[in-house]
Design a protein around this ligand. Sequence first.
Ligand SMILES: [Mn+2]
Length: 299
Amino acid sequence: MTREVREFAGVSGRSGGDPERARVVILQAPYEGSVSYGAGAARGPAAILEASLQVETYDDETGVLLDDLSFALGPTVPAEDRSPEAYSRAMRELCGRVAEGGQIPFVLGGEHSVTIGAVQGVRDVHPGAHVLTIDAHADLRDSYAGSRFSHACVSRRVLEGGPVTIVGVRSWSAGEAELLARRPGGLHVVPAREIVAGRLEVEALLASLGETVYVSVDVDGLDPSVVPATGTPEPGGLSWYDALAILRPVLERRTVVGMDLVELAPVPGAPVADFAAARLAAKMLSYLGPEVGAPEGSR
Ligand SMILES: [Mn+2]
């Protein structure tokens, strides 16, 4: 096991590394209790933090320096053999508490099911917040493998509490296709093929999101050539630049109340995916920038 990393990218930033004072609180959710294919997502948060130490702290696009931002590592939510439902409750409680303090929880997974509780907790404070998800999978099943809190049910549970837009989808079941065909209110899906063909109108997407947004990035939404280490890889995903072109305007121009980055399942000796995820986390922080949202120390 590698040493424990105490700071994302080795930077303590404007909060001095204090999660009580930071605008963005990075939470580790090393949970993989409902994984159905490749395992390893429990090691995702540690691998992201380890790789983050190699990430350049200056952002090439925005000119933002991580040192000028306010973020800090908060608690880890231990898996402890909990059911997906019990883990969701713990995530809801913690993310609700962070959001209540005017801070932005940024969850590092762990499998995608950790998003369910995180979104619920954030929506307890910001009711009806729109969830923008980047994901290869629709995750619209009502239950899967005996659980309604499975990774395969994430967007379905999220949809129950407000609108959700899923971008990059290229894998769904017949039942999910049927649900999509009924065009349920609050659900918007942008298939990966539309994005890869250059047919995504980012401004229209932005307008459809409303003001208050939670951003969930399942790394399998990106192409496996960018993030090969993930539990359920699907060919034909978003390029690195496709993902940035979506995330940047949303994080810069909307009130972001929560974020997560999930489903990295690191492969020992193959750090490409770990580094891509860490770099993406740094990008997300840089796009949020130093100015928007609750001022430091507002709790
Ligand atoms: Mn997925």
